[in-house]
Ligand binder design. Structure first.
Ligand code: C2O
Ligand code: CU
Length: 481
């Protein structure tokens, strides 16, 4: 009898074990990405509590920029080159036109911009995404979603007419986690359509080249003569995948724009640092003092020193908290109309499972691993709200393509709202944001810590009825992240 019982138990244990192994095998198999797939086949459609939209199908390939004669044109050639930092150190980079950052694109609001991308020798392929510019969908530059990656010898023409004004950047969106880090990025400034101001206008993109943090190509102190009294605008851009912090001294700056959207000038209290999440931008404005004014990239030797004679050192400043865009003096609560057509919940967490066949604790969106992450479906002109929760102990700068969101609340509290395209979420923060669905297409929503995105922290917002002819996956040679 005893003998019999133990046989039964052993059998049951074996059956359970086999079932578990079978389940693991199935989960592993099921998680593997096909060699070629439509991102829309996997996303778990979420209607955000709104009605089922009733639009006929349309292909995003028809959502191109305007025709006509361009006002501004440039060719950007992706090529391997060695880049020399100001210290003399050289790095093997992937560049646009042999430089990293690539050439600055500086245009006026309303101009028709035409950029020809040529790939000389980047064997992984390349594309260009206009980070923060709400371009028509087919110009968005996402490999496997809005175009095929441009292979060596190939080219692609982008055309758009920016309505926005401000500080943006561009970068490859093919294998972005590797391509951007290696140097496939540049700055993009859109000036208002009025006579240029007489001030200094300085773009300072942060980038870490093979472990060497730099402002532009300056991995040490850059000195510039700036006459006292001159208005200065600094455009700080974070092209890295982690937050960048700037120490300011000798100036009385105001933040005048965040992510290419102007705000009521917000004076930065003396000693406060500026922190910009990955992908984000801040514009600072101030009047040049008689002495030395400096911006230092915290945790590096990179700095910009401005003074009337082009000499001097940054003054030591006490370490104070960072400037908080939510707590600006003038909090004008927005009236967005209280009725949202759709409200989505988006929770970032970590989950044990298989990501493309790899076991581990991976990023999850609403409890799902890529490619089965949520797909928010919206209808043209919907007023959309997203309640974001960062249920992890990491920072996630969440970036929505094609739209700017208005930040409404943080941790449940109303705040002085600002418009952003890359919202830095600190560990365990909760935000509520809103946007108007006014740019049809299929848009990525992902973390701009590009390594997180490459590890599954990515999903899409789709307009009802949109389809794409492009495919992601190895055999399609498209891998946006
Ligand atoms: Cu700046 Cu989807 O990226
Ligand atoms: Cu992240």
């Amino acid at each position: 009898m005893k003998h019999h019982l133990s046989t039964v138990v052993t059998t049951l244990v074996m059956v359970a074990g086999l079932a578990f192994l079978g389940f693991l095998g199935w989960a592993w198999w099921h998680s593997r990405l096909p060699a070629r797939y439509d991102v829309m086949d996997y996303g778990v459609v979420d209607l955000g509590g709104g009605p089922y939209p009733s639009r006929g199908d349309f292909s995003l390939v028809d959502l191109h920029g305007p025709h006509g004669k361009p006002d501004y044109r440039v060719t950007l050639t992706a090529e391997k080159a060695s880049v020399r930092l100001s210290s003399g150190k050289t790095v093997d980079a992937w560049t646009f036109n042999g430089r990293a950052p690539g050439p600055e694109i500086r245009v006026r609001q309303g101009q028709l911009v035409q950029v020809t991308l040529v790939n000389k020798d980047i064997s992984d392929g390349v594309s260009i995404h206009w980070h923060g510019v709400d371009v028509p969908n087919a110009e968005d530059g996402v490999a496997g979603v809005t175009q095929d990656a441009v292979q060596p010898g190939g080219r692609y023409v982008y055309r758009f007419r920016p309505r926005q004004v401000g500080t943006f950047w561009y970068h490859t969106h093919q294998d972005a986690s590797e391509g951007v880090e290696r140097g496939l990025y540049g700055t993009l400034v859109i000036l208002p359509d009025r006579p240029p101001s007489k001030g200094e206008d300085i773009t300072l993109p942060v980038h870490t080249f093979s472990g060497h943090p730099a402002l532009g190509i300056h991995d040490g102190v850059e000195r510039r003569p700036v006459p006292a009294g001159k208005p200065v605008r600094l455009r700080l851009i974070n092209t890295d995948s982690s937050p960048a912090r700037f120490r300011l001294s000798g100036m009385e700056p105001s933040v005048v724009a965040i992510d290419g959207a102007e705000i009521e000038p917000a004076p930065v209290p003396p000693g406060e640092a500026i922190e910009i999440g990955a992908g984000g931008r801040y514009d600072l404005a101030f009047r040049m003092p008689k002495g030395v004014a400096a911006v230092e990239l915290v945790g590096s030797r990179a700095a910009l020193v401005m003074s009337p004679d082009g000499e001097g050192e940054p003054a030591a400043v006490p370490s104070r908290p960072v400037f908080d865009p939510a707590a600006r003096a003038r909090a004008t609560p927005v009236r967005l109309g209280s009725s949202f057509d759709r409200t989505f919940e988006l929770k970032i967490s970590k989950k044990v499972g298989f990501l493309d066949g790899r076991p581990g604790r991976h990023w999850a969106l609403n409890g799902k691993l890529y490619p089965r992450t949520p797909m928010f479906e919206v209808d043209q002109s919907d007023l959309v709200r997203i309640n974001l929760v960062n249920d992890t102990s990491s920072v996630h700068p969440m970036h929505l393509h094609g739209h700017h969101v208005l930040v409404l609340t943080r941790n449940g509290k109303a705040l002085s709202p600002w418009s952003t395209d890359t919202l830095e979420m600190l560990p365990h923060e909760r935000y509520s944001v809103a946007f108007r669905a006014n740019n049809p297409g299929l848009w990525m929503l992902h973390c701009h810590n590009l390594d997180h995105a490459a590890n599954g922290l990515t999903m899409h917002v789709m307009y009802a009825g949109v389809t794409t002819p492009y495919r992601a996956g190895k055999s399609a040679r498209n891998d946006p992240e």
